[in-house]
Design a protein around this ligand. Structure first.
Ligand code: NAP
Length: 495
């Protein structure tokens, strides 16, 4: 179950938000009474409450907003119990002062906003001795190991325990605590209403991560990267799991560049069978792989790490296949009977990681590749490695190519008025592939359409690399349309 925290300054707004949440299928809410600007009237709030309620009133020392005396705070909590609130949250140091009464369930809680102390079990034992129905233990994760220690504690606890970590490194535990036995997790009303660091919104927890369907058997997957909070991968992989009815969840895993090995070792406990890998770990992750595909060896980077049997990790690169599939789509649209790359003239803009993967693919397929890059040295270096041509960035308009591929971020949100290629350099009938996917219709793509070029957007590449991962992870065909729709929705929602 997901408990949604409501922190508003007016009683009326608490009631309104509660109704809105109940309409969206929320089953439990927490009233943060310390947020109310007037003295809380719990009886009034509970009168028309459409779902069960947790009454919580946090002191400022616990990062709450309570401005009155401690005596008044304890009275408010007693009043909530007398009014028959379903659950009351009592901090461990006051739990003994407020006796059990009626049918109200007692959540005895402890928060640590700085760290996840080593003596977590001792803290838990202390809370368990305060007559709880539920123990709630929330700490700050400063490492992936902290998150795993917390989940282990939840799994082993004798008293039902709501245990998770705050901060971006703790998000994993907010989503997975139910898998290990926590009776509920917490979420916010909306993304903008974060009441504690790293909290997810009800919508994300309910719709994206499908928290209520996560159970002990649920297989865990995730994306390793830094930053990762705005990655679209969780959105599209979880949508695919839901559509294909796969008992799995896919998590955003923030991993700082120098913490990859420690993180993967810590996450072994979660029995993760597959990772997507993004910047800055595409090279670093190779050290973890027992086996690598030829594509990975050639490109020197992987975007997928998976294992079929315990202990043997495979690295592969689905970006490469996805980009080639995108180019073939464009060529096929141009001439249904000839989507072959052999002998085609390709102009590639950029010489970074994506350019290296795509360049390798098209050269192998027999295309005549020319690279143009802002920094000449990088173009020269890549062209030497791939055995292809290069030209100056300023001369890119002079190449009469069958296919132009943009592997630079030019045109990416918010710089949507920029294009890597001038409109008057385009020729009718060219295939134009822009790897930028946010927005889907970049200025480059729009101008190419005006010239009757055959266009392929970055969405196609992004969805296809994720679809190939889905097939590796599950052994099932990927629901490509579902994944494409989820990505489009995600991109438009974040504008
Ligand atoms: P990267 O390794 O950082 O390379 C970036 C390339 O873009 C470099 O060649 C860089 O030139 C060039 N560049 C950057 N800003 C430029 C500017 N203002 N003017 C001219 N050239 C510029 O990045 P990457 O990993 O290859 O990713 C490149 C792009 O691919 C991303 O921005 C993203 O939009 C796209 N992408 C798409 C997908 C997908 O699935 N559709 C997946 C990954 C990436 P210098 O050498 O001069 O710095």
């Amino acid at each position: 179950m997901i408990c949604v925290s409501i922190g508003r300054t007016r009683h009326k707004m608490v009631a309104l938000e509660h109704r809105a949440l109940a309409e969206k299928d929320a089953q439990l809410v927490e009233y943060r009474l310390d947020w109310l600007s007037h003295m809380p009237d719990v009886g009034r709030l509970l009168k028309h409450a459409p779902t069960p309620v947790v009454a919580t009133c946090r002191r400022q020392s616990d990062k709450g907003r309570w401005r009155h005396s401690e005596e008044q705070r304890l009275n408010i909590l007693r009043q909530a119990i007398a009014a028959g609130v379903d659950y009351v949250d009592l901090e461990d140091d006051v739990a003994q002062k407020i006796p059990r009464y009626g049918s109200t369930k007692r959540i005895v809680s402890h928060h640590n906003f700085d760290e996840t102390p080593e003596h977590l079990q001792e803290i838990h034992d202390r809370l368990a001795a305060c007559d709880p129905d539920y123990v709630k233990l929330v700490t700050m994760a400063n490492s992936p190991r902290d998150t795993i220690r917390m989940l282990k504690l939840v799994e082993e606890a004798q008293v039902p325990t709501i245990g998770f970590c705050m901060g971006e490194l703790g998000t994993v535990s907010r989503i997975l605590c139910g898998k290990y036995g926590a009776p509920f997790t917490y979420a916010t009303f909306s993304r903008e209403r974060e009441l504690a660091p790293g909290q997810l919104s009800f919508e994300e927890m309910h719709d994206t991560y499908r928290y209520d369907s996560i159970k002990p058997t649920t297989q865990v997957f995730g994306v390793l990267g830094d930053p990762i909070a705005h990655s679209y991968s969780p959105l599209i992989h979880n949508a695919a799991f839901a559509a294909a009815d796969v008992d799995a969840v896919y998590l955003p895993l923030r991993v700082p560049k120098d913490a990859l090995t420690d993180t993967l070792d810590a996450y072994d406990w979660l029995d993760i069978a597959g990772y997507s890998v993004t910047i800055p770990h595409k090279q670093g992750v190779l050290a973890k792989a027992d086996r690598s595909d030829d594509s990975v060896k050639d490109i020197g980077a992987a975007n997928t790490l998976f294992r079929r049997k315990q202990g043997v990790w495979h690295a592969t690169n689905t970006d490469y296949e996805a980009a080639l599939a995108g180019i073939h789509l464009g060529l096929k649209e141009r001439n249904a009977s000839d989507d072959s790359l052999s002998g085609k003239k390709i102009l590639m803009l950029g010489a970074g990681g994506v350019a290296r993967a795509i360049g390798m693919g098209v050269v192998r397929a027999g295309a005549a590749l020319t690279i143009a890059n802002r920094t000449k040295e990088r173009a020269v270096e890549l062209a030497e490695q791939l055995g292809c041509q290069h030209i100056g960035w300023e001369n890119r308009g002079s190449v009469l190519a069958d296919v132009i591929v943009n592997c630079t971020p030019i045109g990416m949100h918010p710089h949507v008025d920029e294009s890597p290629f001038e409109q008057n350099w385009l020729r009718d009938g060219m295939v134009v592939f822009d790897t930028v996917y946010n927005p889907e219709n970049t200025l480059f793509i729009k101008q190419a359409r005006e010239h009757e070029c055959f266009t392929v957007t970055g969405i196609e590449m992004f969805v296809r690399q994720a679809a190939a991962q889905f097939e590796i992870f599950t052994g099932q065909p990927a629901p490509l349309d579902v994944m494409r729709d989820a990505l489009r929705k995600g991109i438009s929602a974040l504008r």
